[in-house]
Ligand binder design. Structure first.
Ligand code: ZN
Length: 376
């Protein structure tokens, strides 16, 4: 099963120029100006000058639904595989979120396995907002060790009234458990931190890293663009060797309340000295976005994975200035943050997760996941 994609402008995510990409089975077998396939049966696909980029790695999604704030009626729905495919997300990472009671890790596991059966490389975090962490196998070490899709813990809430107000020692112990489970099973064992509106920001995380043997990348804070002051703390964490995540899905109300739009936040942290390989963008798909009218809660919308493809399309249409940083933040950087070494990049031997993007509109023309076309 060989597929040769010709006449594409390849981004690995760094620009490689016009190249041919040979896919063998589920992997990329070769990338070169001209790939020699003489004597072999090959399906040739003419990309017609389209951009060829890695499939997006979405490091925070709620595929089993989320929300439940403001009552049970505000629970958000499951995110179908097609929504991820249509957004170019080939590698979604699922989390529970606020509600770890009426939503269970077993249900999330089922959603993740369903996404896998439909061709996506889906993963999940164990735990939820609160500590002690809910788990499937009894504790965090066992979940990471025994369950293949579990690659970390999250999203654990800090600086948020809905969280369990964890102490630095609780975070330290959690990260150590995730790390041990990861060491045993060959995973990164990352703790994804939901950072709320609270003034303490990343203080507990910093405290947890001090006086510990844990590397900074043990903690991966998300929603770092929710207020301008948090961006400085994110820069410091990225400079010390951690990864930081910006949430792309938003509403006018959230921006009016002080959230920095993800692209603007990305530009600001890079200008302030954050290393370009340590900043990521995620959709929070399935998470709740409260809708206010005249100051009253009128309902809950849910975030969607297509916030990522819409942002990428706008960057392509705008003429590429932000393209390198945005593409890395959607692909290789989150894969590296989570230790997914075969994801988020195009090179020989990695999984053939790739997107064809229309050069003029920035829209998604085709999606390949582990060597199979899911959209073409
Ligand atoms: Zn969150």
């Amino acid at each position: 099963m060989l597929t040769l994609i010709k006449n594409a402008e390849v981004f690995a995510p760094e620009s490689l120029g016009k190249c041919e990409v040979l896919v063998a089975g589920t992997q990329i077998a070769a990338i070169a100006e001209q790939v020699d396939v003489s004597g072999q049966a090959v399906t040739v696909v003419d990309a017609d000058g389209a951009m060829l980029v890695p499939g997006f790695v979405d490091s925070l999604t709620h595929p089993a639904g989320g929300g439940g704030e403001g009552g049970f009626a505000n629970r958000t729905a499951e995110v179908p595989a097609q929504a991820f495919i249509d957004a170019g997300v080939t590698c979604p990472v699922g989390a529970l979120g606020t509600d770890g009671v009426t939503r269970s890790l077993e249900v999330l596991f089922g959603s993740v396995m369903s996404l896998r059966e439909q061709g996506l490389s889906a993963y999940m975090y164990t735990g939820s907002y609160r500590l002690p962490a809910v788990t499937i196998c009894g504790n965090v070490v066992r979940d990471l060790t025994l369950l293949d899709p579990v690659i970390g813990v999250g999203e654990v809430a800090i600086a948020d009234h809905r969280g369990s107000q964890p102490t630095a020692q609780e975070l330290r112990r959690l990260a150590a458990d995730a790390r041990l489970g990861g060491v045993v099973s060959g995973k990164r064992g990352t703790v994804m931190l939901h950072v709320g509106d609270g003034e303490q920001g990343l203080a507990r995380m910093r405290e947890a890293l001090q006086d510990s043997e844990l590397p900074p990348h043990s903690f991966y804070p998300t929603h770092c663009n929710r207020r301008p002051g948090l961006l400085d703390e994110a820069v410091a964490h990225a400079q010390s060797g951690g990864y930081v995540d910006m949430t792309v899905s938003t509403t006018d109300e959230l921006i009016a309340a002080g959230e920095v739009p993800a692209l603007e936040a990305l530009r600001r942290v890079l200008a302030a000295g954050a290393p370009a390989n340590r900043v990521t963008l995620s959709s929070d798909a399935g998470g709740s976005l409260p809708l206010y009218q005249d100051g009253e809660l009128r309902g809950i919308q849910s975030a969607a994975p297509d916030s990522l493809s819409a942002l990428f399309a706008s960057v392509v249409r705008a003429g590429d200035e932000d393209l390198p940083a945005v593409l890395a933040a959607l692909t290789r950087n989150p894969a590296d943050a989570l230790g997914l070494t075969r994801k988020g990049r195009l090179s020989t031997g990695v999984d053939a997760d790739l997107l064809l993007i229309n050069r003029d509109s920035g829209s998604l023309a085709a999606v390949m996941s582990r060597g199979s076309w899911l959209k073409k």
